[in-house]
Design a protein around this ligand. Structure first.
Ligand SMILES: *Cc1c(COP(=O)(O)O)cnc(C)c1O
Length: 374
């Protein structure tokens, strides 16, 4: 039996041939493939302006800059996301204000968000956990009521939709990741979906040294931009991946439904929120009933590894990281994020898995959890 990883990109021989063609074309840095990829992404997102970057982390840093977030500002964000989200807020000189998540959806609690708003709040930066969209009407109503910018961390939500509209096809600043573990990949990479063409122009400047071109052919810089432009090699892979995204996500939904079918009648652990057809299922993350088990999470993961099954952890409670404890956060601040941080494990889910693989994961998990039940 071969090892089943918890995530794996789907890259077929035609995609490899297309990437090889770009590699041999004489133009491998940002060029025509990046333009074509951005046009395809824009079309996928109902015609909104879209620009690519080297990662979602870069996209969030640039989005915060475009939203005017800086020194002295506060940005309200989820205590259950990836480190990149609050890190970029801090990197802009602003303060991340964490709030707890809904224990079922794992998405940022909007009541807690409203309660955390102060005079200094500039933006809300929520994550669509595992590809399950936030309550978008309520999120944007809250932002409008308090005149706040929204930066959606949609790293896990390419292809997700809210009431028939794709995430990134509406709203304020929406950042996507094309890291190898996401629903489509450019190896490393990301994109920003933007409200205006002027914002897109600003992204072009900020992702490439802050350079603007002058009429006499020379260049000028008025802002210290970064170096976040995507390569044509990555973009070529992105074009091919995007063409398959709907089928990748359909397969993810089918596999998630099979997990529920296998685990629903007598769940050995807490199952994720089901969502609806708008859920893009980047991950199938469950909570282990650790208080009823005689093993630790690490021992569970090791036992799954022994059975040739990869298991991940997403995410640690952000406010308990050393960096954020320095801002005064501590145990007990956000009970839902902390419980999830302690108990969560991510089971294998990627388009090339079979339904039999799902059954093997469930059987192994049930066996291990039954064996160590106190
Ligand atoms: C993967 C991920 C990121 C970071 O994406 P990169 O492209 O690796 O920078 C940010 N936020 C969330 C929620 C993620 O899952």
């Amino acid at each position: 039996m071969s090892f089943l990883p918890f995530a794996r990109p789907t890259i077929d021989s035609s995609m490899i041939a297309e990437v090889a063609e770009t590699l041999g074309s004489g133009w491998i840095a940002s060029g025509p493939q990046v333009l074509a990829f951005e046009n395809a992404l824009s079309k996928y997102l109902s015609g909104r302006p879209v620009r690519t970057l080297t990662s979602a982390t870069a996209a969030m840093e640039v989005a915060l800059q475009i939203a005017g977030v800086g020194e002295g500002d506060e940005v309200i964000t989820s205590a259950q996301s990836f480190f990149a989200t609050p890190n970029m807020i801090l990197k802009r000189g602003a303060t991340p204000i964490f709030v707890d998540v809904n224990p079922a959806t794992r998405n940022q609690d909007l009541q807690a968000t409203e309660a955390a708003i102060t005079r200094r709040t500039k933006a809300i930066m929520p994550t669509h956990f595992a590809g399950l969209p936030m309550e978008m009407d309520a999120l944007y109503a809250l932002a409008r009521k308090h005149d706040l910018r929204v930066i959606e961390d949609a790293a896990l939500a390419i292809g997700s939709s809210w009431r028939g509209q794709r995430i990134g096809a509406f709203g304020d600043l929406v950042s996507f990741s094309f890291h190898a573990n996401k629903n489509m990949t450019t190896i490393e990479g990301g994109a920003l979906s933007l409200p205006t063409e002027a914002d897109a122009q600003l992204v072009e400047k900020l992702r490439f040294h802050g350079i603007t071109r002058l009429p006499d052919g020379t260049r000028d810089v008025d802002t210290p931009g970064g170096k976040f432009n995507m390569s044509d090699v990555s973009a070529r892979l992105g074009i091919a991946q995007l063409a398959h995204l709907e089928s990748f996500n359909a397969k993810r939904r089918e596999l998630a439904a099979h997990y529920f079918k296998c685990l629903d009648s007598d769940p050995p652990c807490v199952l994720p929120a089901r969502g609806d057809e708008g859920h893009s299922w980047n991950m199938f993350a469950v909570l282990l009933p650790l208080d009823q088990l005689a093993i630790t999470r690490k021992q569970f993961i090791d036992a799954m590894h022994t059975r040739e099954i990869g298991v991940g952890i997403s995410y640690e409670a952000l406010h308990l990281a050393t960096l954020y404890r320095r801002l005064g956060y501590k145990e007990g601040d956000f009970p839902n994020a902390e419980r999830i941080g302690r108990e969560t494990v991510t089971l294998p889910l990627f388009p090339e898995m079979s339904l039999a693989d799902v059954e093997r994961v469930c059987e192994s998990m049930v066996q291990i959890l039954r064996m160590w039940r106190r």
